[in-house]
Design a protein around this ligand. Structure first.
Ligand code: ADP
Ligand code: MG
Length: 321
């Protein structure tokens, strides 16, 4: 049986009367790469802080590697590598020195620390920059150093808060590929937060969509769109040739389509008829229109996908209760 690495049950955080995280239920399995996705202010960082035992939940429970993070925060920190949004490094020291420092804080001997630091710099592709002062690192290099830094204590899980923020597109790709490689090669469980749907869906096994303190849906992108648009996952667009439009009024078309099971709503625009359906009834619609004699000249089935999720929940910024 697969082990659950992170288990959140009704996890809730309130700041006074303001709810930052509202009854979050989530399970992440060993070896999984999970993307906690949501616009700014959704509550991602707050949820992460509770997983780490860095802030107390108002109610609900959080277990990481079987440990109650709220009651045993120190135990949890031994198992989890955490990369906050802004990693603090000594800017006037080089990458190698910074890693050695962390390794020694983790009680390694000087020799062990140096070995481990070099090995990890190599692992994250920073060997060439080992002697460069961290103050001169680009944001992408800094994040890779951050990854090396959290790997020093051989964590079982790594939690990264907006790790790709401020990195250029090539750097983002490299960084995400590095995460996938690490996870696959070392069986690491990864949770990272992001407000970039497109980045997340490239590398995550599963994503959870977090909006306005709530988890709206989780799964892979395919199931996510099915869950979010479950009431009307399909829209069939039908075009009627100009010569027929006068005779085939919206009312008449409505009647023609009426008998088809699965049609939720019919909208008519100047150009097209848009039919919202609960299932794929495209053949039935086509047949009904053709048989009515209404000069069908266009038919398009639109399935909700990534772009729709993106628009509705990120760009649209609507309140989805
Ligand atoms: P995200 O990481 O998804 O951008 P956060 O978890 O940082 O979101 O914040 C969620 C909400 O909680 C925001 O509206 C934020 O202003 C609020 N919040 C976060 N931390 C505190 C705090 N310490 N006190 C009061 N409100 C907070
Ligand atoms: Mg945040």
């Amino acid at each position: 049986m697969t082990e659950n690495c992170i288990e959140l049950v009704d996890l809730t955080k309130k700041y006074g009367s303001f709810t930052a995280v509202d009854h979050l239920n989530l399970t992440i399995k060993k070896g999984e790469i999970f993307g906690l996705l949501g616009p700014n202010g959704a509550g991602k960082s707050t949820a992460i802080l509770m997983m780490l035992g860095l802030t107390e939940p108002t109610s609900g429970s959080v277990r990481v590697c079987g440990i109650d993070s709220t009651r045993q925060p120190i135990e949890v920190k031994r198992k989890v590598g955490y990369l906050p949004e802004d990693v603090g490094f000594y800017d006037n020291r080089n990458g190698l020195e910074n890693l050695i420092f962390t390794a020694q804080l983790n009680r390694m001997s000087a020799r062990e620390a140096a070995q481990k630091a070099e090995q990890l710099l190599n692992r994250v592709g920073l060997s060439g920059e080992a002697k460069k002062k961290v103050g001169k690192y680009s944001r992408g290099m800094r994040q890779r150093l951050g990854l090396a830094d959290v790997l020093i204590k051989n964590p079982e899980i790594i939690i990264l808060d907006e790790p790709t923020l401020g990195i250029d597109p090539t750097g983002v790709r490299d960084f995400l590929e590095l995460i996938v490689r690490l996870s696959r090669e070392e069986g690491l469980t990864v949770l990272f937060s992001s407000h970039h749907l497109h980045q997340v869906q490239k590398v995550c096994d599963r994503v959870g969509l977090f909006v306005n303190d709530r988890l709206l849906a989780e799964g892979n992108i395919q199931t996510l769109s099915e869950k979010l648009f479950h009431n009307s996952p399909f829209i069939v667009e039908v075009g009627i040739a100009g010569a027929f439009r006068k005779k085939y009024t919206p009312d008449r078309l409505n009647k023609i389509l009426k008998g088809i099971d699965g049609i939720i709503a019919v909208r008519t625009t100047d150009e097209l008829i848009q039919i919202e359906c609960s299932g794929d009834v495209t053949p039935d619609i086509a047949r009904a229109v053709v048989e009515s004699g209404a000069g069908l000249n266009y038919l398009n089935k639109k399935e909700y996908g990534l772009d729709d999720i993106y628009y509705h929940y990120f760009e649209g910024g609507k309140d989805h209760e």
